[in-house]
Structure formats: structure tokens, C-alpha cells
Write a protein of this length. Structure first.
Lengths: 1010, 455
């Protein structure tokens, strides 16, 4: 600036911020448009440059952000850059390395933290929902800290796990439920220990070509989580806080107390029994009408609070960078009695020892407290009893104690919510230390030692004032479970360019060992309900410890080659040995090759609107080793759980038969894809087609029960997933003060079981069946024909049955009367038997996806995100009880439509105590369309202008309001279409049974930079 | 191993394995709560543990810990279904779907017991370090239990798979076809006769000679072999090893009484579920079944003055879990909290009635009446007089006595079936309902397994 140039110049200054956070952005290239004159912004985002007076426009560009143009004007120029999550120049993390997105040959989905950072969720699995094509995320329930099913390109297994492998900063972590206390079907979720605020980005390795580097654990895809790290520059302190309220989305409409009692009476008199409720002079088995009308759902649902508080400090100098953060997350459940709290800290440090050597640390520790309630398939649950207990029962007795229905064993829902103690406390430490040494300029050695430590402590106390504790005079458990996983990894990476040829090679080795130990104790006969620890109990019914472990030893190699970024090839292989497999099959190889051709980089490619054209293809083999640790062996076990003990003497019993050649599941996958960019990549379309065959499935093959075993784990099934995935990113507007970007994805996945043992189908859950030629999650049952209107119809059926079968006593259907359902005789043999069932639907959607729109206007930002699935069915088992009209259960208002002589319904059967016709059998009666579209999140934010933040002594400040699940479009009649009572199952899918629904959440939050 | 040495071990392991081709110890860890099946029948402790495990299998809630006896009263007219389980409602209405999970579980629990017994029968002979007397006794107990289980299968399902070897590999040898009821009776009696010489004379909660004789008497009664049934019953009765307790109720307020021939033992660590299912919620139960309710006629079946009524169903005065038990509730099982109620497999009273029935069938009306009246007078009822008694009226009196004496102990359905009275008494029009369906999954998984007609 010392010399005057010939042309006249002027000084332009200003500040560049991240539009979503308001923080200053360092390193942004600020150019005078059409020239090479420019500067980079400082660490706080400020810049000053000298521009010719003739210049009118500045361009602002930075990796990961949309390029912006801004006219030069007098005074300070402040611009906010909007993040570009889909830019081709971004770097993606792959297994044991990273590469430019342009050079990726496999199917990898990237999700930047910007997309979910203000979402009120407990775990990383939830943030994946709807964000990536081919990744289907189904919350099993709205239980705080509960289980979530993440399925990458479909269900790939029948008996082994279908959960992907989660790798956090290079450490594969333990997932699943470690609970030893049965409180119903909804499980704990070890992933909820990971704080989503720590995440910088998530990469999902979807196809086998990308995932095969993780070998025998990659069959279900791999989720690589990269946590935030410190940046060189001034120490930044940021505070992120949100608080919100959650509410139920809907409630089931139920009969009032009088209607409920009338229905019970009608059900009884319809089968020749005396009415239960009378107005006067009850007999010993009767009662007076209660006069009560309690809507139990009103009593157990609540408006619940949710909050998250994160304080982060990060920064560093040329040698050392660091990030320290602490978060407290607090969520009440919308069903009384449930809540989840988590405190966590993270420390990430990188240090340059010299120009050639670096060391680092990633460490997170968390402690969570989950107050659980009994749930789902459970007469002692909170929501379950709120539906199963009739409205004729009052809340309290005259003496203030909780009232119960004397004719029913269902617990009082408020007692179930308030009296028991069911706590799960989890301590978790995940981390690794690593060292890198550049042995040669192009050759790097990296060694790391990682660990995942988990300790779950569970305490339960059921006081004698609860039905469940009345007989035992109080019941308590205290359980503790550890899982300690160790990992050592060593890799050599060679990276060199020879002119236009670029080569990267990787050679590595790892060893992992995971040891689990548990202690379980159960005591009953408590002195008082005031002391809940087991010391107060007198009868020790269980005291046991256990232990198990697995080991994995691996070697792997990979080579990536490209010529001018135009022709790209990648190949990898991994060799895994696992303790879980049989002696004849300890080791396996998992190879993969893939390549791509960026046609748009060719010299012959015309300069048209098409700015990027890339074809990709890949093939790989992966495995799934998620079976029991010793599943290949023939074992004798011990303990009460195996029914090994008798008369206070312990015994030994056969518990398992195994096969010596037990091996991993083998997946072969072909993926072809195309990436298209239009108008300078403002429109990016990515499409993938894949076909994945899973062979040698680890199947808990059902054995004839006469063998004395339920099943044996063998490599016998096969299934296939094939699908199409589309992702579209458009930058609809990129004007200086208005941007609008859209991300849309949609996936069509077809799942088909292709082989079972002797191809014999088997049942699962309430209504699912696994059958060759159909998808996992298929529903199996009877088919409703119509409602019998007259005795004549039944007689005619009986006569036809006798004529058809030649048996004089044959009947078409046992126990039928007018008003009962006539089921279809599918095999046309004249009588209804087990053979008259068929596949009546499936829990697998025809397609699913997400649609995200982000707008920014001056300081405002607006985002809304829809998530949807279509074409799946839900088996509403709640209705099998709440519309059963067979007993004492609470009944839905829909039963007003029931068949009576006066109201000869053609759709709704009669009330009948004991259900002699078995109208409630598994049939298409309870199968419903489960399609839905949901406004998953809606966020409106405002970045305070620089003037205001300066006055407040802040670097940046953003306030926002956000909502979750604000709108749901569905025909499903239950509480929530996004459920599965069989949390974590591969084969029992899409079933609703008294399941905790998702909440609607509204929150306000601030992001402050200090 | 402390933290540092563990780190060191893993780090060195990592480095050492870099070039090594395998690391067999690392990949071959030892299970910590199981042993390989080849390491079980290698010493006395293994054989003793294995026979305990056979009894353990019988304690399952799916077998003699609850469901098997409960279903026999529920399917008949001794219990109403008052609870929540649809599977039990199906049994009550006898409109059973073949995938009924409760029946599937009962079927499995019986065959699991058989497989455990077969493991003992096949492997115990090779155990070293065990005196022959004890070894033979262990094998005899396993034979007794195998016989008991096979007999139980035929009672609900009729013809059934006869399993005489332990399951060792999951191959096609598991596809067993059904044997006829008569073939099963033959094998059951063969097992019992093989076991008899080696069973002990006495013992609590374990198979004895008397238990084997009691089972022979029961099997022969079901088979209609009156002479053989009479002989077996007389052996027990005349041994004078067992005496009726002066009060009927004593059998249910205490355990292992003088009339108990074999009781399956339950305690806080191995719990039965009878009381939990029978008692109402106020007494710590779940009110799943109750003698007082639809399609149960038990309450009206008692003669006036029968002391067994108040020992079987509450009159409103008994107290369980600090609350009076509502009138009409079954109270033979009284501990819902810790499940210590034993299951009475054989009581002398049953043997007396078996003897009485066999003698009546053999036209020994006087001998029959003597045995019947021992049961009646203990219950506080007047002795039946021989005057005007025909064989048929005596048999009906015995049937009635059996129902009352053994109510809620798992006999009623079987007694109605074997005496061909189920259809008339229970009003069953379709005789296919007299057998339970073979579990649906069994038909699916065993190509040689045929379903009962009508399912």
C-alpha cells in the first residue's frame, strides 16, 4: 500500500461471518470481481483491501460456503456466507483417511453439523433421519434416551444386528441396549451417550465399495463421526442454549365411563353372562355403576420441558490446537415418570511436536441418568395402562390411595408413573490418543490407541403399594454392567503425485477386544417403602455375575489412483479374524474395487450448462459378525435364567448347539452412480443404483421344538436389497442478501428374503412373518371377509363345511354368532384353519426421504425440513385390545360403531366377552396404512447485526425459535406412525402396541460467541 | 492387570501382530458362564449337575411351574379366564389358533426337559469317578422324568414325537414323525420299569420308586388297563408309606406332607407362578384365572359340608399379602410374591381314586368304595353306601370326587377326555377340539410333523 498505483484506488473494509452462527469467518478469499486482487480475512473475519475505484463488486469465497457477490459501497461491508454442505470441493472422511469429494468413487453421504445443530435430539442416530438417501431412521418410540433403528440400504440381516457400525474419530463404539431390567419392549440406547453437539460432520459409507475397509463389521454400512476440533487463532468461546416444551401430538379418543360399563355389560350378555354393572342390588359378582369417567391419557400425558446448554472454548496457535466443551442435556418425557439427563465433556487436542511429528487426543466423557417407565406390552406400564384401564375406574379411592379396577389386573396409570423407581445411570468414556510421523515426505505412519468404556448401573424398586410389588412386599434390583473395548491401530499412508498421476496407498493393522461383565441382584420383602436400597429387603431371589468377550484382529490395505482427477480408481482389501466364528472359519477377506470417470473434465466435453458429469461404479464384499460371542459352540450353561437350578442346588444344562463352520454373513454389493452438476454446480444431482446380496445369513434357524432347542445359529439365509437413491441440491438464489438452498433425497429400496432353512417361513412378533419371496417385516394373518349379519349365514357356512370336509361335526369357523367376523377361507377347504393365513402387508415403505429448505435474508435464516415415507403398513395391536370388546380393557370411541341387532354394522363386529369367535386374531382388520409426511423441523433464526453485538461485547449472537414434528400428515389412526414396539428387531417391524409416541417440540435458543 | 500394563499389552500386541499370520490365543477366548458340552459328563459333579438341570427344566413356568396344570383346569370347567392374555382366552373358548404362543411354549418346555433327560441317559453311563449306585440312580431319575414328559405330551396333543436320544447336531435326524399314543404309553412304561429298580425308596422333591409306581398307575388308568392300574395303585397304598393328612387344607398350607408322593419344589430362587396367576391384584396376583367366572362351574360342584371347598376357594376370610382374599378365588397357591408354592405331582389321594376307579371297572365295587370313602371321609363328607350302587353310579361318584379332590392341580381336562365325557360336560360339538393343535412353527420346521385334524 506504500506505493501509489497508476489508477486511483480506495480502501474497502468489512467483516465476513458465518450466516448460520454469526461468527466471524477467517480465511475467506475476498476478491475484486474479475481481477486477482484480493485478501484473506483475519481470524475474526475482518478484512481490508485496496481496490480500484472502477471496481464495483467483491466476491467472497471459502471452502464449505456458497460464494457471494456484494457491491462495493462506502463504509464497512458486512456479509454473511451461507454454508454449502454439498460443494464438490469439500473433503470427505473415509475409513482410515480422507479424500476430496470430487475423487470419491463409492456411495458416501455427508451430513454437516450445520444441518442439525439446533435440533432438540438426544442422540446422533436421530440426526440422520431424512438427511441422506438410502438411510432409513425409525425411532421405535418417543421414549427419552430410547432405541432408534438406523438402516442403511435396507434390512440386511435376519438374526444378526442390522445396525451400522459407528466409528467416532476412529474408534468403533459399542451400541445397543445393556439393560438387565425388563420394563417392556423399549430398550436403552448406548448411542445416546454421544453428545450430538460435539459432531462436526457425519459420513455414511453406504455401499460395499466404501465400507469394505471395515470388513466383517461393514455389512450394514458404516457411520463415521468426526467431532469438532479447535482452529488456529484467537480463543473462541461460544455458548449454545436452547429450551423448549414438548407436547403430545394426539390422543386416542376413548369411551366415557358410562359407555365403557355399558359395553362390558353388552359383551357379557351377548354370550349369556350376567351384566357386570347394575344400578342396584348387585350380586357377589356384580358391582354398582362406578359413576367415574377418567380419561387416563389426560392424566399421564404432560407438557414436558427439554433443554440443552453447551459451552465451548476452542482455539490454538501454530503448534497446538484445542477444543473443550461441556454440555448438559435435560429432557422430560411427555409421558409422566420418564426423563433423561446427560452431562458430557469433550477435550480434543492436536499438537505438532515438529514438522514431521504430531500427537493428538480425542476424549469424551458423559454421565447420564435415565428415569424409565414401564412401557408397551405391559399391564404395569404408564401409557399402556392408560389405554388398557377402562375409563370407569376413578383415579383415587375415597381414602386417597390409587384406585384400581377390581375386575382387572391393569395398574393405575398414575401409580405406575409415580411410585416405582427405575433408574439407569450410564458412565461412558470414549477416546483415543494418536501419534503421526512423516517417515519420508510422502510416507506417514500413524498409531493410535482407543477405548470405549461403558458402565451402566441400574436400580429398580417396586414398592408394595403397586400391584406388581404387593405380593412380594416390595421388589428391588441393583444391576451393574461394564463393557470395556480396547483398540490398537497402526497405519502407513503413502501419498505421491507423479505429474498428472496421483497415488495414495494405505496399509494397516488393528486389534480390538471387548470385554463385558455384569452383576445382577434381585431382592424382595422390603421392610418399608421408604428405603429403596436392597439392604432393606429380606429375600434374595437372585445374585449373579457374568462375563463375556469378543476379539477381532484385522489387516487392511487400500490404493487410490487418479489421472488428472479424470479417471479415478480405488481398491481395498481387509482380512478379519474373529473370536465369534467357528474353528473352521476364523478368517475372511473383504475386497472392494471402484472407479469413476469425470467426463466433464475431459477436453472434449463441451462447455454447456452441465458443469459436472461423473460416472461411478463399485463392487465390494463386506461381512456382519454381530452374533453371540460364542454362538458357534456346543455349550452347557448354568443359573436360574437357564432353568438350571432345582431345590436350592445348582445344575448344568444344555443351552446351545453350534456348528464349527459358523462364519460371518457375506454381502456382495454392486453400486453404480452418476453425479451431475448444472449451472456452475448450483444444481447438483446424485443418483445411485445398488443391488446388495446378503448370503450365508447368520440365521437363528428355528429347530423343531422336539429337539429341545429353539434354534441354532447357522449361515443359512439369503436376502437381497436393491434400490435407487436420488439426492438433489439446488442453490435457488445466491443473491447478496437472499439465499435459498434446497436439499431433497428420496430412496426406493426393495427387500426380499431369498432363502431360508428348507425355505420354511417363521413368525416373528405379533403379526410378522419371514418368508421367502417377501420382504422382512411382512405381515401375516387372516383376511376379514365380512360381518355375519344373520344366523342363517353361519348355518349355511356350517353346512357347506360339512359337505366339503365330509365330517359331520365340522364348522366353518369355531364359535361364530351374528355380529362376528367371517374370515376368508383362503385355501378353499371349507373350514377356517391356520392355513387360511397369508402375507397381508409389509412394514417396508415403497419410498422414503427428506426435503430440506434453507433461506437466509439479511440477518434472518429460515429452514424447514420434511421427512416422509410411503407405502408401508402398521399392525396396530393397540386396537386388538382397545377395540377387542372382549373383556375389561379400556375401549376406543370407535367401538360405538359396533355391531348390534339395532345397528347391524358391516365393518365393526359385536362385543363378546371372551371373544368366542376370536375376532381379535391377527388379521388385516388391524393393519393400517403407515405412510406419513412430517414437518420434522422448522427453524427461524436471526443474527444480531454487528453494531448490536459490539454493544453487547459479543463476537456474534443468534437467536432462534424452532419446532419439531409440528405437522404430521398420515392416515394412521394410532398415536404416532413413527413407532415400533419391537425396538431393535430385524423381523418384527411396524408394530404399534401401546407405544410411547413422538412429541411435538417448540423451543427457543441462542448461540453466543464471546 | 492394571491400566498401564493393559495399555502396554495391547500396544505391543498391535505391533507384534503386524507381521504375524495368526494369533490363535487372542482369537480363541474361553466362555465365562458356560462350559463345552464335552466337559460336562467328565466327573461326578457334572453328572450330578446335569440331573439337577432336568428337574430345573420341569420348574419352567411354561411347564409345571404354571401353565401345564393351569391349562388343564382352564380348558375344562374349573377355571374362568379373567385376565388379559389372548392366548389363554383361546384355550378357554377352545377356539385355539395353532400359533398360540402359550401352547407353543408349553410344548417346547416339555421337549426341552426330555432332551435334558436324554443327555443324562446317554452320557451318564460313561462318567468316571461316580459310584455305580449313584450313577444308576441318576439315570433312573432321568428315565422317570422322560416318561413323565412323554406322557404329558400325549395328554394335550395325542400322538406325539417320541424322543429317545439327545440332540447333538442340527441335521435332518431332528425331523421326527409322530408316534401313536399307544406307542408312547409303551415307551413310558418301559422307561419306568427300567428306572424302578434303581430309584431310591424315599426322597423329597426327587423321583422315588413310589413316584414311578404312581405314574404307572396313572398311565395305566389312562390306557384303560384296569388290572395294571389297580396293581400299581395297591402297591403304593399297601406300602403304607403315605397317609392322608387329617385336614385336606394341610396339603396347601404346608409342603411335602405325609400324603405327598412327589412335589416339584419351588423357592424364592426357583419360583412357581400359580399364586400370581390365580390371585387378584389386591393380593399381589394378576387375576388371570379364577374359579369364579364364565364357563367355570367349580363353585357349584361341591356337596354341602365338603371341607375341601374352603381349602380350594376363598370364602372371603383367608388373608394373603395382608388383605382378605375375595370370595370365590382359588387359594391352593398362596405365595404370589416369591412363588414358593410347590406343584403336587402325585398325592396319595389321587392314587386312592385311581385304585377306586380301576377296581370299579374290574367290578370290585366293595374294594373300590373303601378307597373312595377314605377320600370322602377325610373331606368331612359321609361315606357312600354300597346299597343300590351300580358300577356306573360308582364310577360317576369317583369322577365327581376326582374333580373336587384334585381341583386346580391340573387334572380336570384330562379326566374328562380319557373318560369320553368332555363333549357332553363341556358342550363341545366338534371333536377335533379335544386335542390341542401342534404348534404352527413345528409344522413349518419339521416336514414329517402332521397337524391334528381341524387346525
Amino acid at each position: 500500500m506504500a506505493t501509489q498505483s497508476l489508477a486511483q484506488t480506495r480502501t474497502v473494509s468489512g467483516r465476513v461471518t458465518d450466516r448460520t452462527t454469526g461468527e466471524g469467518l477467517p480465511g475467506v478469499t475476498v476478491l475484486v470481481k474479475g481481477t486477482t486482487t484480493g485478501v484473506s480475512t483475519n481470524s475474526d473475519g475482518t478484512f481490508t483491501l485496496t481496490a480500484p475505484t472502477t471496481a464495483t463488486t467483491l466476491t467472497f469465497s471459502s471452502v464449505g460456503f456458497l460464494t457471494l457477490e456484494q457491491p462495493i459501497r462506502d463504509g464497512s461491508i458486512t456479509v454473511g456466507l451461507a454454508p454449502d454442505s454439498k460443494q464438490l470441493s469439500e473433503v470427505v472422511v473415509t475409513g482410515y483417511g480422507q479424500q476430496s469429494k470430487a475423487l470419491v468413487t463409492g456411495a458416501i453421504a455427508s451430513i454437516d453439523a450445520k444441518q442439525f445443530e439446533d435440533q432438540p435430539v438426544a442422540g446422533i442416530d436421530q440426526v440422520l433421519q431424512g438427511r441422506a438417501a438410502g438411510v432409513q431412521v425409525s425411532a421405535s418410540s418417543g421414549t427419552p434416551g430410547g432405541g432408534i433403528a438406523v438402516r442403511i440400504r435396507g434390512n440386511n440381516s435376519i438374526s444378526a444386528s442390522s445396525d451400522p457400525l459407528y466409528v467416532i474419530d476412529g474408534v468403533p463404539i459399542n451400541t445397543g441396549s445393556y439393560s438387565n431390567i425388563a420394563v417392556g419392549n423399549q430398550q436403552l440406547n448406548a448411542l445416546s451417550d454421544i453428545n450430538p453437539n460435539d459432531i462436526a460432520s457425519i459420513q455414511v459409507l453406504k455401499d460395499a465399495a466404501a465400507a469394505a475397509i471395515y470388513g466383517s463389521r461393514a455389512a450394514n454400512g458404516v457411520v463415521l463421526v468426526t467431532t469438532k476440533r479447535g482452529q488456529t487463532g484467537k480463543t473462541k468461546i461460544s455458548l449454545d442454549v436452547y429450551q423448549g416444551v414438548q407436547q403430545r401430538i394426539k390422543q386416542l379418543d376413548v369411551l366415557n365411563g358410562q359407555e365403557a360399563q355399558d359395553l362390558i355389560n353388552e359383551a357379557r350378555t351377548n354370550v349369556g353372562l350376567a351384566p357386570r354393572y347394575v344400578a342396584a342390588n348387585p350380586t357377589s359378582t356384580q358391582a354398582l355403576f362406578t359413576g367415574a369417567s377418567t380419561n387416563w391419557q389426560d392424566e399421564v400425558f404432560r407438557t414436558a420441558k427439554i433443554g440443552n446448554y453447551t459451552l465451548t472454548a476452542s482455539g490454538g496457535d501454530a503448534r497446538t490446537r484445542f477444543l473443550i466443551s461441556g454440555t448438559y442435556f435435560d429432557q422430560e418425557g411427555i409421558v409422566k415418570g420418564s426423563d433423561f439427563q446427560r452431562g458430557s465433556v469433550r477435550i480434543n487436542v492436536d499438537n505438532k511436536i515438529s514438522d514431521r511429528a504430531r500427537i493428538g487426543l480425542n476424549l469424551t466423557g458423559s454421565r447420564s441418568l435415565n428415569n424409565r417407565i414401564q412401557n408397551d406390552n405391559n399391564i404395569y406400564g404408564v401409557l399402556s395402562s392408560a389405554i388398557l384401564l377402562g375409563t370407569q375406574t376413578p383415579i383415587y379411592n375415597a381414602d386417597g390411595t390409587f384406585a384400581r379396577d377390581p375386575y382387572s389386573s391393569v395398574e393405575n396409570p398414575l401409580a405406575a408413573a409415580s411410585l416405582p423407581l427405575q433408574q439407569a445411570r450410564n458412565n461412558r468414556v470414549i477416546g483415543n490418543v494418536f501419534a503421526e510421523l512423516d517417515i519420508l515426505k510422502d510416507l506417514r505412519f500413524r498409531t493410535s490407541l482407543g477405548a470405549d468404556y461403558l458402565n451402566l448401573k441400574e436400580d429398580r424398586f417396586v414398592p408394595s403399594t403397586l400391584l406388581q410389588g404387593a405380593g412380594s412386599n416390595g421388589l428391588g434390583n441393583a444391576n451393574s454392567r461394564y463393557d470395556i473395548s480396547w483398540l490398537t491401530e497402526n497405519t502407513l499412508t503413502y501419498n505421491k503425485s507423479f505429474g498428472d498421476h496421483n497415488l495414495t496407498m494405505l496399509l494397516g493393522q488393528s486389534a480390538q477386544k471387548s470385554v463385558q461383565e455384569g452383576i445382577t441382584t434381585t431382592v424382595s420383602g422390603f421392610a418399608t417403602n421408604k428405603i429403596t436400597r436392597l439392604a432393606a429387603g429380606s429375600v434374595r431371589t437372585e445374585a449373579s455375575s457374568d462375563g463375556t468377550l469378543w476379539t477381532l484382529l484385522s489387516y487392511f490395505a487400500r490404493a487410490n489412483y487418479d489421472y488428472k482427477g479424470r479417471y479415478i480408481l480405488a481398491a481395498s482389501v481387509r482380512r478379519d479374524g474373529s473370536s465369534r466364528f467357528g474353528v473352521d472359519n476364523k478368517w475372511g477377506y473383504f475386497p472392494a474395487v471402484s472407479g469413476s470417470w469425470r467426463i466433464s473434465e475431459e477436453s472434449f466435453f463441451p462447455k454447456t450448462a452441465i458443469s459436472e458429469l461423473k460416472l461411478r461404479a463399485g463392487y465390494g464384499q463386506t461381512g456382519n459378525f454381530e452374533i453371540g460371542n460364542f454362538a458357534s459352540r456346543n455349550l452347557y450353561g448354568v443359573g436360574a435364567g437357564n432353568l438350571a437350578n432345582y431345590n436350592q442346588i445348582s445344575g448344568l444344562v444344555p443351552t446351545q448347539i453350534g456348528v464349527n463352520d459358523l462364519s460371518w454373513e457375506k454381502q456382495h454389493e454392486i453400486n453404480v452412480g452418476i453425479d451431475l452438476g448444472f449451472v456452475n454446480n448450483r444444481i447438483l444431482l446424485s443418483a445411485n443404483a445398488f443391488r446388495r446380496e446378503s448370503n450365508d445369513l447368520l440365521l437363528n434357524r428355528p429347530l423343531p421344538l422336539t429337539s429341545g432347542f429353539l434354534s441354532v445359529t447357522q449361515n443359512v439365509g439369503a436376502l437381497e436389497n436393491k434400490g435407487l437413491e436420488f439426492e438433489l441440491t439446488t442453490q435457488n438464489f445466491t443473491k447478496d442478501n437472499f439465499t435459498w438452498t434446497t436439499n431433497a433425497n428420496i430412496s426406493f429400496i426393495r427387500n426380499e428374503v431369498t432363502k431360508l432353512v428348507n425355505n420354511a417361513p417363521f413368525l416373528s412378533g405379533f403379526a410378522n412373518q419371514v418368508r421367502v419371496g417377501h420382504s422382512l417385516g411382512s405381515f401375516y394373518g387372516y383376511v376379514v371377509d365380512r360381518i355375519y349379519q344373520t344366523q342363517g349365514e353361519i348355518t349355511a357356512d356350517t353346512e357347506a363345511a360339512r359337505a366339503r370336509t365330509g365330517r359331520a361335526t365340522a364348522v366353518y369357523q369355531q364359535g361364530s354368532a351374528p355380529g362376528d367376523i367371517r374370515f376368508k377361507d383362503l385355501n378353499n377347504d371349507g373350514v377356517i384353519t391356520g392355513d387360511d393365513q397369508k402375507i397381508i402387508g409389509t412394514a417396508q415403505p415403497k419410498f422414503f426421504g427428506g426435503l430440506n429448505n434453507q433461506f437466509s435474508f439479511k440477518g434472518f435464516d429460515l429452514g424447514f425440513f420434511f421427512q416422509f415415507q410411503y407405502g408401508n403398513e402398521i399392525y396396530n395391536n393397540t386396537r386388538a385390545f382397545a377395540e377387542g370388546m372382549n373383556a375389561q380393557f379400556g375401549q376406543l370411541a370407535s367401538t360405538r360403531e359396533r355391531w348390534t341387532a339395532a345397528n347391524p354394522s358391516t365393518t365393526f363386529p359385536r362385543a363378546a366377552w371372551g371373544d368366542p369367535n376370536n375376532n381379535r386374531r391377527t388379521s388385516d382388520r388391524f393393519l393400517e396404512d403407515g405412510s406419513y409426511a412430517r414437518l420434522k423441523t422448522l427453524t427461524l433464526g436471526y443474527n444480531l447485526p454487528a453494531g448490536a453485538t459490539r454493544v453487547l461485547h459479543l463476537q456474534n449472537a443468534r437467536v432462534y425459535v424452532s419446532g419439531q414434528n409440528l405437522l404430521t400428515f398420515t392416515n394412521y389412526s394410532g398415536l404416532d406412525p413413527e413407532i415400533n414396539t419391537f425396538s431393535g428387531s430385524n423381523t418384527s417391524l411396524g408394530t404399534d402396541f401401546l407405544t410411547f409416541p413422538q412429541a411435538r417440540t417448540v423451543q427457543v435458543g441462542v448461540n453466543l460467541g464471546i | 492387570m492394571n491400566f498401564r500394563s493393559k495399555l502396554f499389552t495391547l500396544a505391543t500386541l498391535g505391533l507384534l501382530t503386524f507381521g504375524a499370520s495368526s494369533c490363535s490365543d487372542f482369537l480363541d477366548p474361553t466362555p465365562q458362564t458356560s462350559v463345552d458340552r464335552d466337559d460336562v459328563f467328565t466327573d461326578a459333579a457334572g453328572a450330578r449337575g446335569a440331573i439337577i438341570g432336568v428337574y430345573g427344566a420341569m420348574t419352567s413356568a411354561d411347564y409345571l411351574g404354571l401353565y401345564y396344570p393351569l391349562l388343564a383346569d382352564l380348558a375344562a370347567d374349573n377355571l374362568a379366564h379373567t385376565g388379559t392374555f389372548p392366548q389363554l382366552a383361546e384355550v378357554k373358548t377352545r377356539n385355539i389358533i395353532s400359533n398360540n404362543t402359550t401352547l407353543t411354549n408349553v410344548y417346547y418346555a416339555i421337549y426341552r426337559t426330555i432332551n435334558r433327560a436324554n443327555n443324562v441317559i446317554a452320557n451318564a453311563p460313561n462318567v468316571t469317578g461316580l459310584a455305580d449306585a449313584e450313577k444308576n440312580s441318576i439315570i433312573a431319575e432321568a428315565l422317570f422324568i422322560r416318561a413323565y414328559c412323554h406322557f404329558d405330551v400325549t395328554r394335550f396333543w395325542g400322538d406325539a414325537a417320541l424322543i429317545l436320544t439327545p440332540t447333538s447336531t442340527p441335521d435332518n435326524s431332528l425331523f421326527v414323525a409322530r408316534s401313536t399314543k399307544e406307542q408312547i404309553y409303551t415307551q413310558v412304561l418301559a422307561d419306568l420299569n427300567q428306572a424302578l429298580p434303581n430309584l431310591p425308596d424315599t426322597g423329597t422333591g426327587r423321583a422315588t420308586k413310589s413316584a414311578a409306581q404312581a405314574l404307572i398307575a396313572r398311565v395305566q388308568l389312562y390306557a384303560g388297563k384296569w388290572k395294571e392300574a389297580e396293581t400299581a395303585a395297591d402297591q403304593i397304598i399297601n406300602s403304607n408309606r403315605f397317609q392322608l393328612t387329617p385336614s385336606y387344607a394341610t396339603n396347601f398350607t404346608s409342603e411335602n406332607t405325609t400324603e405327598s408322593i412327589l412335589e416339584l419344589q419351588f423357592d424364592a430362587n426357583t419360583q412357581s407362578q400359580f399364586a400370581f396367576f390365580n390371585l387378584p391384584t389386591t393380593n399381589g396376583g394378576r387375576n388371570e384365572v379364577n374359579p369364579n367366572g364364565p364357563a367355570s362351574t367349580l363353585l357349584t360342584a361341591y356337596e354341602t359340608g365338603d371341607t375341601r371347598r374352603n381349602a380350594t376357594v376363598s370364602d372371603g376370610t383367608p388373608v394373603i399379602a395382608n388383605r382378605a382374599v375375595v370370595a370365590g378365588t382359588g387359594i391352593k397357591y398362596r405365595d404370589p410374591g416369591t412363588g414358593t408354592d410347590n406343584y403336587k405331582i402325585f398325592r396319595l389321594a389321587e392314587v386312592l381314586l385311581t385304585g377306586a376307579e380301576a377296581k370299579a371297572q374290574l367290578q370290585d365295587l366293595t374294594g373300590s368304595l373303601t378307597l373312595l370313602n377314605r377320600v370322602r371321609t377325610r373331606a368331612g363328607l359321609p361315606a357312600l353306601l354300597a346299597t343300590g350302587l351300580t358300577q356306573s353310579s360308582l364310577l360317576n361318584a369317583i369322577y365327581q370326587e376326582r374333580r373336587i379332590e384334585l381341583a386346580l392341580e391340573g387334572h380336570r381336562w384330562f379326566d374328562l377326555i380319557r373318560t369320553n365325557r368332555a363333549q357332553t360336560v363341556l358342550g363341545i360339538t366338534d371333536p377335533t377340539r379335544l386335542l390341542f393343535p401342534i404348534p404352527f412353527r413345528e409344522i413349518q420346521n419339521n416336514p414329517n410333523m402332521k397337524q391334528n385334524p381341524g387346525y
